[in-house]
Design a protein around this ligand. Structure first.
Ligand code: BG6
Length: 471
């Protein structure tokens, strides 16, 4: 099949505020949950204090993006730069910083695509309300979104609300879930999830109200799960793994209500969240314009029966903190047909084609890939360069899978690999690098933070120049 990308295809790259910016408390910025979590590991690895120091490299980094030929840049705004304590006074210095970023992008011919919330809830909201557990957090988010739409909406037309609500929910640290009793913990988690859905819907409606030509949608961490065998119960387990970890989230965003399978699960666990009168209408009224998906790998599952000691719905630790198992539903297994990265992500370009086809057929909304990439320990060679042919191979195959999906009839309007430059990995500091550009620092040594384009940068430049013909 030929690689036919639309002329308007948004070739881009991605980042998030706490992973790239640094300047974590400069010009009035408040601490976030992401900062706090990274500080817990400061003794052993890089934290968000300096990160890639984008805060002080805006012009130079955007010049590199321009040279790469990027048509779009997907990045996030730190809520606590705009409103340091989450729901109090607006910090003009924060608005000025993002104005500078946006204006530089536009001058470079790059379309900004903003995520409002990428794992970095203002920590003050945790202290005040235990964050998303409280409905006040959803209202605070609506106000924050409104401030951003009013400040930037004249120039920014693409918006993502939450980054990976579905994945964030699985990671206790990101949600600040420090509760011993399992049932209470799951009840609080479900309530937090609900308030985030409400906040999402409120923000979507605000976006349409304030930016008439604005486009807004969710960004999910996609899950494609294969059954370990062709036993019908394994096929069911694979389906349930997709539903419980990703599909329920998209279903709520797009259909404006909890799908039956998820509501029944919540009822069976006695964790149905408190919903107020009028909420159902808010959820229903929010109309997303597109779906953004982050895609890294696929999963494989087998059926995990419940028993007297392990009731259905009980979570069991999995291969890592994201991929939990659940009694009565699924257990995650290795896929012997796929190679994995050194961090265990099973590399699978065909899975991207499956996800794109699946989401398109289910929701009929245009799709954009806002994350996809290979995290590894790149090493500078004696010639002062990074020869990352493994990343080129990864990207080439995934871009080909997008081209195939377009030939399948799927509407895909952009590709923003993770990440534009090296940045703080959400768990592994600077040991695990994803960037198209090397940032010269290690976990414990800031060095000179020099930017060095990797081989993948020059390769991707050619891909963009030929609109995907030259892979
Ligand atoms: C995505 C997140 O889930 O995965 C990013 O949106 C994150 O913030 C990326 O960096 C890669 O994960 P990690 O843990 O390797 O940094």
């Amino acid at each position: 099949m030929s690689n036919d990308f639309p002329a308007s295809f948004l070739w881009g790259a991605s980042s998030s505020a706490f992973q790239i910016e640094g300047g974590w408390d400069e010009d009035g910025k408040g601490m976030t949950v992401a900062d706090r979590n990274s500080f817990k590991r400061s003794e052993i690895q890089a934290d968000s204090k300096v990160a890639s120091d984008f805060y002080h490299h805006v012009e130079d980094d955007i010049a590199l993006m321009k040279e790469l030929g990027m048509k779009a840049y997907r990045f996030s705004v730190a809520w606590s730069r705009i409103i340091p304590d989450g729901d109090g006074a607006v910090n003009q210095a924060g608005i000025d910083f993002y104005n500078k970023v946006i204006d530089n992008l536009i001058a470079a011919g790059i379309t900004p695509l903003i995520t409002l919330y990428h794992f970095d809830l203002p920590y003050a909201l945790v202290e005040k309300y235990n964050g998303w557990e409280n409905r006040a957090c959803a209202k605070a988010f609506e106000r924050y979104a409104e401030v951003c739409f009013k400040a930037f909406g004249d120039r920014v037309k693409y918006w993502q609300v939450h980054n990976e609500q579905n994945l964030m929910m699985r990671v206790d640290e990101r949600m600040n879930l420090e509760i011993e009793d399992l049932h209470t913990k799951e009840k609080v988690r479900a309530q937090m999830d609900y308030h985030m859905f409400l906040a999402h819907a409120l923000a979507v409606n605000k976006c349409h109200e304030i930016i008439p030509d604005g486009k807004v949608g969710p960004a999910v961490s996609s899950t494609v799960t294969y059954p370990l065998t062709n036993k019908p119960e394994d096929v069911w387990a694979a389906l349930m793994n997709n539903r419980m970890k990703t599909d329920y989230c998209l279903d709520v965003h797009v259909n404006g209500e909890y799908p039956g399978y998820y509501m029944e699960y919540l009822k069976s666990q006695d964790t149905v969240p408190v919903m107020e009168p009028g909420d159902a209408e808010i959820l229903k009224s929010a109309k997303n314009d597109f779906i953004a998906m982050n895609y890294y790998r696929t999963l494989t599952a087998r059926y995990l029966p419940a028993d007297a000691e392990h009731p259905a719905g009980l979570r069991l630790e999995g291969m890592n903190e994201v991929d939990y198992n659940m009694y009565g539903y699924f257990q995650i297994e290795k896929n012997e047909n796929l190679k994995a990265t050194e961090y265990g992500a099973q590399i699978d370009p065909t899975g991207l084609r499956i996800a794109l086809n699946d989401y398109w057929n289910r929701y009929h909304l245009p799709l954009i890939i806002t994350e996809n990439g290979l995290g590894t320990a790149d090493e500078l060679t004696d010639d002062g360069k990074i020869h990352d042919e493994y990343r080129i191979d990864y990207m080439r195959k995934h871009i080909k899978a997008i081209a195939d999906s377009i030939s399948d009839g799927v509407e895909v309007f952009g590709y923003c690999p993770w990440s534009v430059i090296d940045l703080l990995s959400s768990h592994q500091g600077f040991k695990k690098r994803y960037g198209l550009v090397y940032v010269n620092r290690t976990d414990m040594d800031l060095k000179d933070l020099k930017r060095i384009p990797k081989d993948s940068y020059y390769w991707y430049q050619g891909v963009i120049r030929t609109n995907g013909k030259d892979l």
